[in-house]
Design a protein around this ligand. Sequence first.
Ligand code: COA
Length: 333
Amino acid sequence: MSSARALGTRIAGCGSYAPSRVVTNADIEGMVDTTDAWITARTGIRQRRVAMNEKTSEVASKAARVALSDAGVEPGDIDLVVTGTVTPDMVFPSTSCFVQAALGLRPGIPAFDVSAACSGFLYALDVADKYVRGGAAKKALVIGADVFSRIVDWKDRSTCVLFGDGAGAVVVAATRGEGGILSTGVHSDGRKWEMLYAPGVACSNPFEGKKHHPNPHTPYLKMKGNETFKVAVRTMLSAVEEVLEANGLKPGDISLLIPHQANIRIMGAIQERLGLSDGQVFSNIDRYGNTSAASIPIALDEAVRSGRIKKGDIVVFVAFGGGLTWASAAIRW
Ligand SMILES: CC(C)(COP(=O)(O)OP(=O)(O)OC[C@H]1O[C@@H](n2cnc3c(N)ncnc32)[C@H](O)[C@@H]1OP(=O)(O)O)[C@@H](O)C(=O)NCCC(=O)NCCS
């Protein structure tokens, strides 16, 4: 007797967008005490894109349009929008609401953002996967978009060289076919928030005096680089192992690992510990830097378009970010 296959999810299409303005390491040499040689050797980054009068919702909408078209899905077919971002245009409305309006998505559908810094896209993917798997949505638009050029301190050489702007998006659709999103894992440890954070705009109400904000004079991103490096390697490694084990897979089964593009040496350490070949790990950090929540979906879009991912491949995403947060996903393409 045949029975209907349980409802699953798959990535039906993807898209990405990066602002056209290229900022090279040589450009930054003229701004802070650094060199192209140092940045390239310590991070793998050669250039990044920087938004010129473009808001996060605008870069997000551009990536989302490509993803809809790639999936062959009309705006009216989308019944959920989730955006991972920590650089929304405004405190509210959410970036997702702006995208909903810009793309002419159906009024009435749920549209909201998730705040998980560089893990934001995978957190958003996890939410959409659960909505669709549970039957509350059939097609979800999942976006990772950030414009970190607005929150880094361009006078701080230890952070400003690392980041870039951009957006990536996927359409998650219900499927009863083979494969698709096999499993996701999302994690956080708020005790370690001071390792990587951005205070944002200083504000207090007139009743609480001046002392409430952690650092009212510097709203910019702060990071303990060395500690962050070590925790990033450890947590991303465990997150990859988690989704492999959940599906009875081994590192050798990975067709392509798409790690969050934070530092080529972090990716190298993960690759080495998992025993993966160069061909199993995707990197485009040299051209984009760390684009936070946009990093994985931009890399995915490039990997798909360049033929690095084929039907049936096992693709693993893994990310780490402020919060602290870390997350992973395994997909049979
Ligand atoms: C930031 C990072 C590249 C620094 O590399 P590092 O090898 O750890 O370097 P250190 O922080 O130990 O600094 C070494 C020296 O380089 C200097 N330095 C820092 N940034 C520099 C720059 N842009 N140019 C030149 N020198 C720099 C430091 O001041 C330090 O000098 P000192 O020895 O005289 O004190 C690295 O720690 C890193 O990538 N961390 C993780 C960051 C990350 O991925 N964050 C996002 C996670 S989502």
